[in-house]
Structure formats: C-alpha cells, structure tokens
Design a protein around this ligand. Structure first.
Ligand code: FES
Length: 134
C-alpha cells in the first residue's frame, strides 16, 4: 500500500464515521426517551371511557385499558364510536373492537395498548404514551 492510498483510506473511512455519529445518536436518543405521561384527572365508572387525542381510556371493571387511536395500517387517527363499541378509520375503513382487536379492513394488526397507572390519591390515571411510537 502506498502512502497516498493509506491516506485516502483514512479520509474515506473517517468521513463515513463522522457522518454516522449524528445518525447513531439520533436513533439511540429516540429509543431511550421516556414515555410521555398523560394525566387523566377523572374517575371513570366501570364500562365508561374517556377519549383523548392519542388514545381512548376504558374502565373495564377489571382495570383500566388505554387503546391507541393510531391506525395500524398507515397511521391515521381513528374515531371511536361508542354506539358500536368500535374504532373506525376514516382513511381506508379499517375497524377495530373497543379493546383494540382488529375486525376488518386493510390494517390487519391489533391496535397498541399503553401502560396505565391508577392514581390512588385522586382517583385519576396516568397513561404512558411512547414517544415516536405507535
Ligand atoms: Fe387506517 Fe388505512 S390508515 S385503514
């Protein structure tokens, strides 16, 4: 290997490494970010629900269940229809049961459910919504 070839190799691989550092930092920072905490300061009667912008929180009688409103097909925001106990997608017509189970349409996958913590002191809830996730 000539001296010139050696120096070209250092410049080439050094450039690739320098370009990769911000990309790797961006990807790892998104993964390691803690979830967003959404506080619901309401008591929900068993069988009731609260519609939020990112999810619908149900009180099932055996505990709270937060179901994402993001369609698993292409990510449109779902509408919750209480009369049908179902989520409907306005974009391509996918349908999901109230608990997020896939029923029909192009989506094919169930909706994501988020972790919910009950607030013992106020009777409310905290829903942990992943950042940049489903
Ligand atoms: Fe919901 Fe296509 S985005 S069915």
């Amino acid at each position: 290997m000539t001296r010139r070839g050696f120096l070209r190799g250092i410049v080439r691989w050094g450039g690739i490494l320098i370009a990769a550092v911000p990309f790797v930092a961006f990807v790892t920072s998104r993964r390691n970010r803690p979830p967003r905490e959404v506080r619901i300061q309401k008591e929900i009667r068993p069988g009731g629900h609260v519609v939020e912008s990112d999810f619908v929180l149900f009180e099932t009688g055996s505990g709270p269940l937060a179901v994402s409103r993001r369609c698993t097909h292409l990510g449109c925001t779902l509408q919750y229809r209480d009369a049908e106990k179902a989520f409907l997608c306005p974009c391509h017509g996918s349908r999901f049961a109230w608990d997020g189970k896939y029923l029909a349409g192009p989506a094919k996958k169930d909706l994501v459910c988020y972790e919910v913590k009950a607030l013992a002191d106020s009777g409310g809830f905290v829903v942990l919504v992943p950042r940049g996730g489903p």
